[in-house]
Write a protein that binds this ligand. Structure first.
Ligand SMILES: O=C(O)CCC(=O)C(=O)O
Ligand SMILES: [Fe+2]
Length: 523
């Protein structure tokens, strides 16, 4: 699939330009053909008119007699031939050939891309109307979706049984419907009515179905539905008469409600999902007393090389310890790493908690690749730099992982360390658990795509050349549950990151563990 990484979607524009050229060729072949027929027609018309002025004398001339006969035999056969000629054949043949040599998205890609839009809408609380008008998270882009575009998203959410979004998108499709639209008002109404019913509003579903039946009186499914909705309403009314109310209020789902429901960011008891969303939107910050202790500084870690170019460290959080190192990967290193990774990129997998198997999942959408130090000197240099930055041993660290996120690409809240209950935990990894994570940002991201720590109310915004570093384990060796973090969906931009997971073994004398469990010392 191509939708999981932006780097893979670039080829699609090339495909499109080839298809446009082919269509252009087809149209001009058709035009040539019509042009030829039009010329023939006026010739015949002219002759025919001349003949019609004086029929008998026209035919008295043997040449005219011959020409008329010829027109009605060979000439008309030729016209017939041209009319039945399959000009399209060569061009459709071309398209079949393109399918073998050019990159095409699949139905799965279409579903993935539509789901990505819905995910963005939910995470960032964007109104359907705004998205359809090209307004994303407050930024206006020169895009206007057509009725068909909205209908297609609605169809996708319908397939996913997501009736709430189906209603929203079908309503947008309805608003945009024009006389020359490919889809019919009745098509939209059918989806809209059924989803409205599924969301509990039977009255409205019935009204829509009646409207649909006015447009298409013989619509069999609509007739069936109408009967069904009426029966449902009857049953409901009978029940409410028994209860003694007037039965006129069925459940109304107001989809505008969710957008007016604003979580108060100062509420410290929000569920993780809300914290995650607010952090992704840039609406959360740590408490003042946490922020007050932070600083930015230069350090050389006593590494000779860093004395010349000291590290710029920005503290983000103290417990757990999270920092950003600025300017630790150069543009040329980034380019080299991207080109080494590109041919190896595969859809990112996650480990199944129970079976330990690697599998793809909706909650992690990106493509990734692994690079070894032997692959290129630049990888070796970068790993050495991580060692200098962190002072930690790279002996038991994993290879460098490179990831690219597509539109809507994300990684929902997770821990980088393995938990005790996990079957195939890194506990079995000879290097022990993942003590720390280094995450290099290899691009800026125009909109969205932050790395967030919901429990810490903290968001890190991708900045090309910078790297985030945090400890996943407490000094006791126990996993630090406050390090749960996520990659927010990318709204606009191409997010490339690379990370190095550093393991416990080899760090014993560098970051000694505390004697008492969970009693943390200053780092
Ligand atoms: O890409 C990000 O911002 C975070 C990625 C991450 O957490 C991971 O790959 O484990
Ligand atoms: Fe992670």
């Amino acid at each position: 699939e191509v939708f999981t990484a932006l780097s893979d979607m670039e080829g699609l524009l090339e495909t499109e330009s080839v298809l446009i050229n082919n269509l252009e060729g087809y149209i001009s072949a058709q035009e040539d053909r019509l042009e030829y027929l039009r010329k023939k027609m006026s010739e015949y018309q002219r002759e025919h008119e001349t003949a019609g002025k004086d029929v008998s004398s026209y035919l008295l001339n043997p040449i005219n007699a011959y020409l008329l006969t010829k027109r009605l035999t060979t000439d008309w056969k030729e016209v017939e031939q041209i009319m039945t000629d399959d000009v399209g054949y060569q061009f459709t043949q071309n398209v079949s050939n393109f399918r073998n040599i050019l990159k095409f998205p699949t139905d799965e890609d279409l579903a993935g891309a539509a789901n990505a839009l819905i995910r963005l809408q939910d995470t960032y609380g964007m109104k359907t109307e705004d998205v359809a008008r090209g307004k994303l998270h407050g930024v206006q882009f020169p895009i206007e979706m057509s009725s068909e575009d909205c209908f297609e998203i609605g169809r996708q959410t319908y397939i996913n049984h997501d009736f709430r979004h189906t209603i929203q998108w079908m309503n947008e499709a309805l608003k945009r419907l024009e006389n020359d639209s490919i889809i019919q008002r009745s098509d939209v109404l059918e989806y809209l009515a059924f989803s409205t019913f599924k969301e509990g509003n039977v009255h409205e579903a019935l009204d829509m179905t009646n409207e649909l039946l006015e447009l298409a009186p013989n619509h069999q499914r609509a007739r069936g539905n109408k009967y069904y909705y009426e029966r449902e309403l009857q049953k409901y009314n009978q029940k409410s008469q028994l209860r003694g109310d007037d039965g006129s209020d069925d459940v109304i789902i107001d989809d505008s409600l969710e957008f007016h429901h604003i979580s108060n960011p100062n509420n410290y008891d929000l569920p993780e999902r809300k914290l995650y969303e607010l952090a992704c939107r840039g609406e959360l910050r740590p408490a003042e007393n946490v922020l007050a202790q932070l600083n930015c500084r230069y350090t050389d870690n006593n590494v000779p090389f860093l004395k010349i170019a000291p590290l710029k460290i920005e503290q983000i959080y103290l417990d757990p310890y999270i920092v950003i190192y600025h300017d630790v990967m150069s543009d040329s290193e980034i380019e080299t790493i991207k080109s080494l990774a590109r041919p190896k990129m595969r859809r990112a997998t996650v480990q199944n908690h129970k079976t330990g198997e690697l599998e793809t999942a909706q909650y992690r959408i990106s493509k990734s690749a692994w690079l070894k130090e032997e692959d290129h000197d630049v990888v070796k240099t970068v790993v050495q730099r991580i060692k200098d930055m962190t002072g930690l041993s790279m002996e038991t660290a994993e290879e460098l992982q490179i990831a690219n996120y597509g539109i809507g690409g994300h990684y929902e809240p997770h821990y980088d360390f393995a938990r005790k209950e996990e079957t195939n935990a890194f506990k079995n990894h000879e290097g022990g658990n993942r003590i720390a994570t280094v995450l290099f940002y290899m691009t800026d991201v125009e909109l969205g795509g932050a790395t967030v720590f919901p429990a810490l109310r903290t968001a890190l915004w991708p900045k090309k050349g910078a790297a985030a570093f945090w400890f996943n384990l407490r000094r006791s060796g126990q996993g630090d549950y406050k390090t749960r973090h996520a990659a927010c969906p990318v709204i606009v931009g191409n997010k490339w990151v690379s990370n190095k997971w550093i393991h416990e073994r080899g760090q014993e004398f560098i970051r000694p563990c505390a004697l008492e469990p969970d009693h943390d010392m200053e780092f």
